[in-house]
Design a protein around this ligand. Structure first.
Ligand code: UN1
Length: 508
């Protein structure tokens, strides 16, 4: 085990053997999970997952904690969330190091991920004093229509390996100020991060006299724990980030019970470089968007449409940029591309390359697995291919960028929209007519529609989410909080008569 080589793990309360269940107390009597370092392929430490009995105990602990939290004034809940943000600030360096170690993203990006959690804590703290309903005029004298928002109760948060900290933050910070208790199931392959973040969060709750079960955590295989969560009608909301296939299953199960979901599924995000674009800006954005996080963001740019007048130059410049990108240990300064997260991702990459070639794709740069001391390394890859090759319409969660040429901007808009996914998109242009068309009804059909900015790296203040096979619902900013609450419309009569709406005279 690598445990003793990484001193920062102790600062986070991680030991060689960790408990993978928290519901007011630590538990975990289930299977042993070996936590792998994708840079070396070695085991870092272990986590003991939960059993079915412990799942039920956890739900009971959450139900027991629910009322006190729901009745705590929202600004007081906001204060707890602010303190969670403070604790994260204090632990940002060791936590980011753990994210690099276990997930594989470079330290700077890992730090950015913790920062996202901190930012959303600040945002949620503010919201805790401003979430509000509308007051509407009534058609009846002496009446008023009010909207009132109450907590949902239990919220299930299922997150993916690629943002093992921030995506919990987007959901948890907002859900907490809304007055919910929550169960977090992080990806099994990032269990140490789940344990470390849980420790930070529950310490704040408990120090301030609240039940730690408000933020319960369960680690276990998705097939068992995740399935239990989605079948469990006691959850008012299941927020899931992950693959489209799993999301489809969750949608079918939860919606058949009339439950509520937030689904943040696959992306197939395009950048369009128009004839009038600032190409220098575009190149910088494309590099970060395509090789950042080793191509494992749901917002990663996977398709690049370049106007024919810039095509050759852009491809050449990208090849050059790709060749200078430093690949290696994500904890070493200067590294820009870390390993893929798992051996299975390397297989997805190599099989993807084979399929690309079968479908007429030409490898312009990269295309090979890198043999490097047991780690899961691949070359970031540039491919020239037709926009309508079937593989271009699927999401390979690896650093492969398809580069395609266009003549008419309208075609590029159409190609942007021709895939089943609809998360993020970006147009590089200096023409205001293009910008407004891109944002309008015949423009991009994605949930994120950017201009002169990469497809990835969204700020927390906006709503984050997509359309079509990317799923439904938004996380993080804007009015995402509404999804974590139930709305009631209250008609209040403060008069001494009983007029009916629509002018109905009933009985008298
Ligand atoms: C994800 O990949 O699941 O916009 C989330 C971004 C980040 C979040 C990505 N702020 O790239």
């Amino acid at each position: 085990m690598e445990y003793s080589q990484h001193a920062f793990l102790k600062e986070l309360g991680i030991t060689e053997e960790n408990s993978g269940l928290y519901n007011g107390k630590w538990g975990g009597k289930g299977d042993l999970i070996k936590c792998i370092n994708p840079t070396t392929g070695n085991v870092i430490a272990t986590v003991r997952g939960a059993t079915s009995e412990e799942y039920e105990e956890t739900i009971q602990a959450m139900i027991a904690a629910k009322t006190k939290w729901a009745l705590t004034p929202a600004p007081k809940r906001g204060e707890i969330v602010r303190l969670i943000g403070e604790s994260l600030r204090a632990k940002i360096v060791p936590l980011a190091k753990l994210i690099s170690l276990e997930m594989g993203k470079i330290f700077i990006e890992a730090k950015g991920e913790v920062q996202e959690f901190i930012d959303v804590c600040d945002f949620a703290t503010g919201l805790s004093r401003s979430i509000n309903g509308q007051v509407m005029p009534s058609e009846r004298p002496g009446h008023v229509l009010l909207e009132n928002w109450n907590p949902l109760g239990l919220v299930g948060i299922i997150t993916a390996f690629n943002f093992p900290c921030a995506v919990l933050g987007w959901n948890a910070a907002i859900s907490l100020i809304c007055g919910n208790v929550q169960l977090w199931k992080g990806a099994s392959s990032t269990s140490l991060i789940t344990v470390a973040v849980t420790k930070i969060v529950v310490e704040v709750l408990e120090k301030n006299g609240f039940d730690g079960a408000i933020c319960s955590t369960i680690i276990g295989p998705g097939r068992t724990v995740g399935e239990k969560m989605i079948q469990d009608k006691r959850f008012g909301l299941i927020s899931f980030t992950g693959s489209t296939d799993v999301g489809r299953r969750i949608s079918q199960v939860v919606h058949s019970n009339f439950g509520r979901t937030i689904l943040e599924l696959g992306g197939n995000n395009a950048i369009i470089v128009a004839e009038d674009a600032n190409v220098e800006l575009a190149l910088r954005a494309v590099l970060f968007a395509s090789v950042g996080t080793t191509g494992q963001r749901c917002t990663t740019c996977r398709r690049l449409f370049v106007h024919e007048s810039h095509y050759d130059a852009v491809l050449e410049r990208l090849k050059k940029a790709y060749s200078t990108v430093k690949i290696g240990d994500p904890l070493v300064e200067g590294t820009l591309v870390g390993p893929l997260h798992t051996a299975a991702a390397v297989k997805e990459y190599t099989e993807g390359i084979e399929e690309i070639i079968k479908q007429g794709g030409k490898i312009a740069y990269g295309g090979k697995k890198i043999d490097r001391a047991g780690g899961f390394f691949v070359e970031p890859t540039l491919v020239e291919i037709n926009h309508d090759a079937p593989i271009v319409k699927t999401e390979l969660f690896v650093p492969i960028l398809y580069v395609m040429k266009f003549k008419n901007l309208d075609d590029a808009f159409e190609w942007n929209n021709e895939v089943p996914q609809g998360l993020s998109s970006s147009l590089f242009t200096n023409n205001q007519m293009n910008i407004f068309k891109w944002m309008g009804p015949t423009g991009s059909d994605c949930g994120i529609v950017n201009v002169n900015v990469a497809t990835n790296g969204a700020e927390i203040g906006g709503g984050f989410g997509g359309h079509k096979e990317t799923g439904d619902g938004i996380e993080s900013g804007s009015d995402a909080w509404k999804q974590y609450m139930r709305r009631s419309t209250c008609t209040i009569n403060y008069s001494t008569s009983m007029p009916l709406s629509q002018g109905i005279e009933f009985g008298n």
